[in-house]
Design a protein around this ligand. Structure first.
Ligand code: SF4
Ligand code: SF4
Length: 321
């Protein structure tokens, strides 16, 4: 049985979302403000400088611990992140990030309720989907949408607190109705803030406010041969028969046929390419959109600077050809 890419992506997103909620509970990763140090993979993650303060180790050994326990893990993570983004773009965003899972889920129910994936869009998108199914707006979906957004907001607020204070204390207090005043204020304020962000500004956050997303995009833009959703412009006339299914499906509300600069916040979710595959399923030449890299990716980048270069012949041929 062949599992399609979007199913794999859904599974990786769901897995990472569960990890995001459970990581503090199992001390996989969290900062404990009471103990004033991190936990990582079930172990205390300290810089080990207490021994230096107590005079048990030399300054040289303290410096060594600082580099090994602090500098190397942080720099290693950053270097790995930059390398992956340089080659593959915002892969983390589209395939793992727990915020983007929320974005996509809310987009889905927002479209069911309003016909649009975002409240800020002027016009509803076509009811016909790329696979031929229909999605008609029904205001009754608001009755589902609001509890879903509230639920996500509360779960995020609670999880955030468990990244800062012992999860056993927070969940125990919640279960027994004995949250402290400060804990109650934190969870209430964070739930409200997340509700506003998820409902009204989730795309804006991904585009402009998330440092992780921004640095991935910058690294990606620096590599003209990086993986990108390419468009076979030579057959652009074929799009005349389509209702812009690729634009309609994009969860970041981008235009996947445009130049790379305009796709700065592309999360490599691949939904646009899948939509084109569905629309062009009977086209012997295959879809016009697909992931490309190396020489096939240059056309997309060159157009950022107004240059038009020839697309190598093999870039958009079907694998069997
Ligand atoms: S342009 Fe395509 S791959 Fe990028 S975010 Fe939009 S749908 Fe996903
Ligand atoms: S690229 Fe594919 S999905 Fe997009 S408008 Fe053209 S035919 Fe439709």
């Amino acid at each position: 049985m062949r599992i399609d890419r979007q199913t794999v992506r859904l599974l990786t997103q769901a897995g990472f979302f569960i990890l995001f909620l459970l990581a503090p509970i199992f001390d996989l990763f969290r900062l404990d403000l009471n103990l004033k140090h991190f936990f990582f993979l079930g172990m205390n993650w300290t810089l080990g400088l207490d021994d230096f303060v107590a005079g048990r180790i030399s300054a040289l050994e303290a410096a060594f611990r600082l580099v090994v326990r602090g500098g190397l893990p942080i720099l290693g993570t950053i270097a790995l992140g930059i390398w992956v983004s340089w080659k593959y773009g915002r892969l983390y965003c589209g395939w793992l990030c727990p915020h983007f899972s929320v974005v996509e889920t809310i987009n889905h129910f927002m479209r069911r309720a309003t016909g649009k994936q975002s409240l800020w869009e002027h016009h509803p998108q076509p009811e016909r989907n790329a696979d031929g199914s229909m999605t008609r707006a029904d205001p009754r979906y608001w009755l589902l949408l609001v509890p879903i957004v509230t639920g996500f907001s509360f779960a995020w607020a609670l999880a955030l607190l468990t990244y800062l204070l012992p999860p056993s204390e927070i969940y125990g207090n919640l279960w027994h109705g004995t949250l402290t005043r400060n804990q109650t204020i934190f969870i209430s304020a964070a739930t409200l803030a997340f509700f506003i962000e998820f409902m009204f500004a989730r795309h804006l956050f991904c585009r402009y406010a998330c440092a992780i997303g921004l640095f991935q995009s910058l690294a990606w833009m620096g590599n003209r041969k990086a993986l990108v959703i390419g468009f076979d412009r030579r057959r652009a006339i074929t799009c005349a028969d389509c209702n812009a299914a690729c634009d309609n499906v994009c969860p970041m509300r981008l235009k996947p046929r445009s130049i790379k600069r305009h796709m700065f916040t592309c999360t490599q979710c691949g939904q646009c390419a899948q939509s084109c595959e569905q629309v062009q399923t009977n086209n012997p030449q295959g879809p016009l959109l697909k992931w490309v890299d190396q020489a096939c990716a240059l056309d997309k980048s060159a157009r950022d600077f107004g240059h038009h270069i020839e697309i190598p012949a093999h870039c958009y041929t079907k694998p069997s050809e």
